[in-house]
Design a protein around this ligand. Structure first.
Ligand code: G4P
Length: 526
């Protein structure tokens, strides 16, 4: 029998994030191959909506279906239990990704060697930085022509605002790519382009070993030694603590498609990445080793079948042991609930589990009990926080197109918002409902799902808005004065908080200048 502490220490729960097309799906798949969770390449393929299709409903449905299966991919690797939390590839679902990042203990960022740091990676890194999430970077597609690795390192540092430390180093790139030197383990892996096979390892003692010259030729061996010397001179020695605090990001180079550099990444990852960490609740810090179970809902997934309006709530276990059929307190409703059919996700299969440990994700069938951010405990009144809403980027008024179905619309909208599909605001002046999203596709998904799952019809009316900011002030008079001045632009979020809807960057700037006693927040976590 293993102890709770042993179970915690062997868990590694993380997400892979990237700009679309950098190779996240491919890398995920290769990690699953090493874990024996799948047996052939191509099994995880494309859990993303084709980037060109904006209103291809079949694709959206397919994505929702596949992503339940691949939402959490658990597998054993050596002594470790690994949980990979999937994040949607399409940037219009970025909000889902932000929330998933609240449930991981570390992340791996995939960057395309030719493209460098792209927009979405930059945004996701901001979320990691807010939470001091440890980050490992995998520079992918070394088999293709790309940028100079030193240049990539500089860009990673500048754009992602994190110190970097290479733990592997490529020998050439593109057509001349010969392999990587593993700085962490002092070994050399030669590149053999082959999608199914693991790279060939050359046994060496250290960087001066003449076997390197035999393997890659004297010129490339000399260049490698020169590069490594430069690295040792420029970058401080790898410091695991600094990595775990989110201060420095180790960098690996490889080619996911060719399964190259992936095993090295995984082997190092399981050693250095953190096991589940203490989590801050509003009341206190909760450590995973505590006996009493606690966890929170970070994602709710609607059923594919529109005739069954059931969902799966994804609960991240934060402390203690989760047990099937045990009574747990649902903090928001104050009710005691038992779960007869909780599921775990192993090797891409969903099956009923009797117990789960900190770091694990449990899927709980739900018919509308849960909301994103809900806390479950063995009895203690705890509120986990840290599920911020960010200011949406696009806003539209939502209007009912079928007066006979206003109840259905109300209910559907409510549940979709509970699932976290988008954010709802109500204008304090005219009472109109405003839906805020990060992308056009979400409006289409909402409209489609309202119709197919709730029989409600809605239409969108344009609204030109720049940002929603949560406002607060210690000075009630100043707050009231602001609300009076901006009464047409004041809205209320779902928790009843005041939100200022700024219609341009200029207006926002002016408001900030004119009301210095007010604080303007761009995420709901403050
Ligand atoms: P994503 O999830 O981050 O969006 O990326 P994905 O893994 O789907 O990879 C995007 C494209 O890049 C895919 O090609 C994939 O095969 C390719 N790719 C991934 N890793 C490497 C690599 O190491 N080297 C090279 N040369 N290509 C790589 P695609 O043509 O879009 O898809 P497919 O038809 O190959 O499936």
């Amino acid at each position: 029998m293993s102890t709770l502490n042993e179970e915690i220490q062997r868990r590694r729960t993380f997400a892979i994030i990237s700009h679309p097309d950098a190779g996240k799906t491919t890398l995920t798949e290769k990690l699953l191959l090493f874990g024996g969770a799948i047996h052939i390449a191509g099994a995880v393929k494309s859990n993303k909506i084709k980037k060109t299709a904006t209103s291809d409903w079949m694709e959206i449905e397919k994505q929702r279906g596949i992503s339940v299966a691949t939402s959490v991919m658990g597998f054993n690797y050596g002594q470790y239990k690994i949980n990979i939390l999937d994040t949607p590839g399409h940037q219009d679902f970025a909000e889902d990704t932000y929330r998933t990042l609240t449930a991981v203990d570390s992340v791996i960022i995939v960057v395309d060697v030719a493209k460098g740091v792209e927009q979405q990676t930059r945004k996701l890194m901001e979320v990691c930085r807010m939470r001091n999430t440890p980050v490992i970077i995998f520079v992918n597609k070394l088999d293709r022509e790309g940028r100079d690795p030193f240049e990539i390192l500089d860009e990673l540092e500048a754009e992602l605002k994190i110190a970097v430390r290479p733990l592997s180093w490529p020998i050439n790139i593109g057509a001349k790519f010969k392999g990587v030197y593993n700085i962490y383990e002092h070994s050399l892996d030669l590149f053999t382009p082959n999608k199914q096979r693991v790279s060939e390892r050359v046994e060496i003692d250290n960087v001066d070993d003449p076997r390197i010259d035999d393997a890659v030729g004297a010129t490339d061996a000399a260049k490698l030694r020169e590069d490594l010397e430069l690295i040792e001179g420029v970058y401080p020695e790898f410091d695991q603590e600094a990595y775990r605090e989110g201060i420095v990001a180790p960098v690996f180079f490889g080619s996911a498609l060719n399964t190259f550099g992936v095993k090295e990444l995984l082997d190092c990852f399981v050693q250095i990445a953190p096991a589940p960490k203490p989590v801050m609740a509003e009341e206190r810090e909760v450590t995973p080793e505590e006996e009493a179970f606690s966890g929170f809902v970070f994602k709710i997934h609607a059923n594919m079948d529109p005739n069954h309006r059931s969902c799966i709530a994804f609960v991240k276990v934060c402390s203690g042991k989760f047990e099937r059929n045990a009574p747990y307190l649902h903090i928001r409703s104050g009710k005691s609930l038992r779960f007869a059919a909780p599921t775990a996700f192993m090797a891409q299969k969903k099956s009923i589990v009797d117990e789960a440990y900190p770091g694990d994700i449990v899927g709980i069938p739900d018919t509308g009990t849960f909301k994103i951010g809900d806390t479950l405990t063995s009895g203690e009144k705890l509120h986990y926080r840290g599920l911020p809403s960010f200011s949406p980027e696009m806003f539209k008024y939502i209007e009912n197109s079928d007066p006979m179905k206003s109840k259905q619309l109300e209910k559907g909208l409510q549940q979709l918002m509970d699932e976290g599909v988008a954010q709802l605001f109500v204008n304090q002046f005219n009472g109109r409902k405003i839906v805020g999203t990060v992308g056009q596709l979400q409006f289409e998904v909402i409209q489609y799902r309202l119709l197919h799952e709730y029989g409600a019809q809605c239409r969108w009316e344009p609204l030109s808005m720049y940002k929603a900011c949560w406002i607060e002030s210690d000075d009630k008079e100043a707050l009231d004065a602001f609300k009076k001045r901006k009464y047409q632009f004041m809205a209320t979020d779902r928790d009843g908080r005041d939100v200022f809807m700024a219609d341009s960057g200029y207006v926002l700037q002016m408001a900030q200048n004119d009301f210095p006693k007010l604080k303007f927040h761009f995420s709901s976590e403050f």
